[in-house]
Design a protein around this ligand. Structure first.
Ligand code: NAD
Ligand SMILES: O=C(O)C1=N[C@H](C(=O)O)CCC1
Length: 238
């Protein structure tokens, strides 16, 4: 498979090494200093694009891929407000698009556990729930995209919580997401239910970025040749 890497930082470089080891070819590498090379002609050499840039550039990058008919896997976080428009564009143009806040297999299993735990806790109002995430200090967005996904899953299953907030909660219906920035943390997420009697906590700790990168390559292999919007749950068969 011929891959265009849109973003060649910590994630782009790790994706390159995993993709090349699997026999794929990197035909384009775009970063902040060569954006003039991100042309229709250059992108057209790829079967699929993998986009890991920043919250500020993701929508424009994904839009270009969709406009130019190249399926795109995006892992950039912090641009949820524009995701519905990107998904609409993918459907309208019939081009493959897969965004995930976290590509690691472990976190996608953790997402399923989180949903089930929230369902089980829905009837037990004496438990307070909070989310916490810890990432490296170069991270531009807070809360993390993964924490936002976890929060949305809790809100969908635990009706006593109505909205998530970035920081401490001020009201019982708010779900607090606490963000910490500590080097070199690749990403740890905590979901904790606490009562006077006991605590139940689930934790996912990434030891490095390999899980995110190998999941993104799996997603690209899945997406090549497909149209419209797809998910990591489909890739993993959940
Ligand atoms: N979904 C996941 O599993 C997952 C995992 C890790 C990181 N991320 C997200 O991926 C993104 C990138 O993370 P990273 O750790 O690789 O960051 P990084 O800062 O190491 O790399 C970012 C890359 O994007 C490039 N870039 C920045 N602005 C650009 C623009 N306008 N056009 C083209 N290229 C541009 C930079 O030059 C750099 O090559 C972040 O949003 C992060 O939150 C997601
Ligand atoms: O390093 C990052 O940045 C990460 N971003 C994703 C998020 O915001 O959840 C996934 C974990 C690593």
């Amino acid at each position: 498979m011929r891959i265009a890497l849109i973003g060649y930082g910590k994630m782009g470089q790790m994706i390159e090494s995993i993709a090349v080891a699997k026999g794929h070819e990197i035909v384009l590498k775009i970063h902040i200093d060569n954006t003039e090379d991100f042309t229709r002609e250059n992108l057209g050499k790829a079967d699929v694009a993998i986009e890991f840039t920043s919250p500020h550039s993701a929508f424009a990058n994904v839009s270009k891929c969709l406009e130019w008919g190249v399926p795109v896997v995006s892992g950039s976080t912090g641009w949820n407000a524009q995701l519905p428009e990107a998904k609409q564009m993918a459907e309208a143009k019939g081009v493959g698009f897969l965004h995930a806040s976290n590509f690691s297999v472990g976190v996608n299993v953790f997402f399923e556990v989180n949903k089930q735990l929230a369902r089980l806790m829905a009837a037990h109002e004496d438990y307070e729930v909070t989310l916490r995430e810890v990432h490296h200090t170069a991270k531009l967005d807070a809360p993390s995209g993964t924490a936002v996904t976890l929060a949305e899953q809790v809100l969908a299953n635990l009706t006593r919580k109505k909205e998530w907030v970035n920081g401490e909660a001020n009201a019982a219906e708010q779900l607090a997401i606490i963000s910490e920035r500590v080097d070199p943390a690749p990403g740890t997420h905590y979901v904790k239910y606490s009562s006077d009697i006991d605590d139940i906590e689930i934790i996912h700790t990434a030891h490095n970025r390999k899980g995110f990168a190998s999941g993104a390559v799996l997603a690209a292999e899945f997406l090549a040749g497909k149209k419209g919007v797809h998910t990591m749950s489909e890739v993993l068969g959940f």
